[in-house]
Ligand binder design. Structure first.
Ligand SMILES: [Zn+2]
Length: 382
C-alpha cells in the first residue's frame, strides 16, 4: 500500500496544507526562514524533514525517488540538520551550520538547514543565526523548530514565517501507530491516551512492554503512599525508574557514537586508543555525560507529567465530569483514591506537582523535590 507522503503528521491538516502549498508554488520563490512550533511529540521534526525533502523532490515529495530516499535517511547532501540532546546548543554548532549555508546547493536546488530544538540556543548562538537570517544566500532555506514562539528571540521571531502544530487527538495518534507501527488497535488507543498524544512516547509505550510496566509501577506507587516512610521509599523508586529510563534511551546511542568515532579515527574495536586521540574520546564522553543529565531530567519530568494526568483522572471521577480517563488501565485504583479523598485535596496535589516540575526545571536537587512531593501525596484518613 502506498502511503501519503505526509501521513505521519497525524492530526495536522492545516500545517500540512500550508507547507504543501508553499512547495507547490516554489517556482515563485520560497520564503527563506520558517519556524515550526508545537508541543513536544506533535511532529515538529518530522514536518521539518518532510518540508525539506519535498522542496528537493522533483515531484514535490513522492517518497520514492533517490532524493526522497536519501532525505528520509538523513544523508541528503543539501539538507543539514542540527539536532541536540544536550541542554544547550553550542555556538560552534550554529557557526558550523551557518558556514554550511554559505555553500549553496550542490545540485542546483535548495540548501535547507534545520535546527531542531532551536529554543535551546543560548542568546550568543541565536545572534550568530540572526546574522545568517538577515542576509540569506539565494535558495537557502532555514527551518527552526521550537515548542512555542515565545521561546525564540523577538529579533528572530520577526524574521520567520510561522507554522503551528496542535496537540493531535488520541484517535489520530492511535491511527498512526496502527498504520505505521502495526500496533494492535486496542493497545494503540490505550497508549495514545497514556502518552497524552505525544507521538514518540506513545510509540515507546506500545513497542516496549518494559517501558509501559515502569510507568504503571510509578503511578501505582504514587497512589499507595500511606505514611512518611512509604513516601521516602516511593520517591527513591521514582528516581530509580527515571534513571533506568534515561539509561535505556542513551546507552545504545552512546555506544553507536563511540564506535563511529573510533572508526573515523581508524581504530578497530580491539585497538587501544593512542594518546593523540584521547582528547577526542574524552570530548565525546563529556558530551554524552551532559546529555545523560538532560535525559534524567527529562525522565523525571515525564514521571511528573504522568502524575499530573493521574491526579486529573482522580479529579475527573471526584467531580463526575464524565470525561474519558487518561489512565484507563488504573481505573480501579483511581476510583478508590477518588472516593477516599476530597477534590480539594486533589487540586492541592495537582498544584504541588506543577510546582515540582518548575523546581526540577530550575535545577533544585531532584531527590529533595521528589521527597517533598511524595510526602504531599500521602493519603491521610478523612
Ligand atoms: Zn521524491
Amino acid at each position: 500500500m502506498s502511503k501519503d507522503f505526509w501521513y505521519e503528521l497525524a492530526g495536522q491538516p492545516e500545517a500540512v496544507e500550508q507547507i504543501k502549498r508553499t512547495v507547490e508554488n516554489r517556482d515563485q520563490g520560497v520564503f527563506h526562514s520558517w519556524l515550526i512550533t508545537g508541543p513536544p511529540g506533535s511532529g515538529r521534526s518530522v514536518l521539518a524533514q518532510k518540508f525539506a525533502a519535498a522542496l528537493q523532490c522533483e515531484q514535490q515529495g513522492c517518497g520514492k525517488c533517490h532524493s526522497c530516499v536519501v532525505a528520509a535517511a538523513g544523508t541528503h547532501p543539501d539538507i543539514n540538520v542540527l539536532s541536540t540532546e544536550k541542554v544547550q546548543i553550542a555556538i560552534a554548532e550554529v557557526r558550523d551550520l551557518v558556514n554550511q549555508s554559505s555553500f549553496g546547493s550542490s545540485m542546483g536546488g535548495y540548501r535547507v538547514l534545520i535546527i531542531e530544538d532551536a529554543d535551546r540556543m543560548a542568546p550568543v548562538a541565536a545572534n550568530v543565526l540572526l546574522k545568517a537570517l538577515e542576509e540569506p544566500p539565494a535558495n537557502t532555506i532555514w527551518i527552526l523548530c521550537a515548542p512555542s514562539e515565545v521561546d525564540m528571540l523577538p529579533t528572530i521571531r520577526s524574521r520567520v514565517r510561522k507554522v503551528n502544530l496542535k496537540v493531535p487527538s488520541v484517535e489520530d495518534v492511535a491511527m498512526l501507530l496502527i498504520e505505521r507501527d502495526q500496533v494492535d488497535p486496542k493497545l494503540a488507543t490505550l497508549v495514545a491516551a497514556e502518552a497524552q498524544s505525544h507521538i514518540g512516547m506513545a510509540r515507546r509505550l506500545a513497542l516496549s512492554p518494559e517501558v509501559r510496566k515502569r510507568r504503571h509501577q510509578y503511578l501505582s506507587a504514587a497512589m499507595s503512599i500511606n505514611n512518611v516512610s512509604q513516601a521516602v521509599k516511593t520517591s527513591a523508586k521514582w528516581l530509580e525508574l527515571a534513571k533506568k529510563d534515561a539509561l535505556d534511551l542513551t546507552k545504545e546511542r552512546d555506544e553507536e557514537e563511540l564506535q563511529e568515532l573510533r572508526h573515523s579515527l581508524g581504530l578497530t574495536p580491539s585497538d587501544t586508543v593512542p594518546p593523540t586521540y584521547r582528547p577526542d574520546i574524552k570530548r565525546l564522553e563529556e558530551n554524552q555525560k551532559r546529555r545523560a543529565t538532560r535525559s534524567l531530567r527529562d525522565g523525571i519530568d515525564r514521571i511528573l507529567v504522568d502524575l499530573l494526568a493521574l491526579y486529573r483522572d482522580v479529579l475527573t471521577v471526584q467531580l463526575f465530569t464524565g470525561a474519558e480517563l487518561v489512565n484507563r488501565d488504573l481505573e480501579i485504583q483511581i476510583r478508590e483514591v477518588a472516593t477516599s479523598t476530597t477534590a480539594k485535596n486533589t487540586i492541592h496535589i495537582i498544584d504541588e506537582i506543577e510546582k515540582a516540575r518548575d523546581r526540577i526545571d530550575r535545577n533544585v536537587r531532584d531527590m529533595y523535590v521528589l521527597d517533598s512531593l511524595a510526602t504531599t501525596l500521602k493519603r491521610s484518613a478523612l
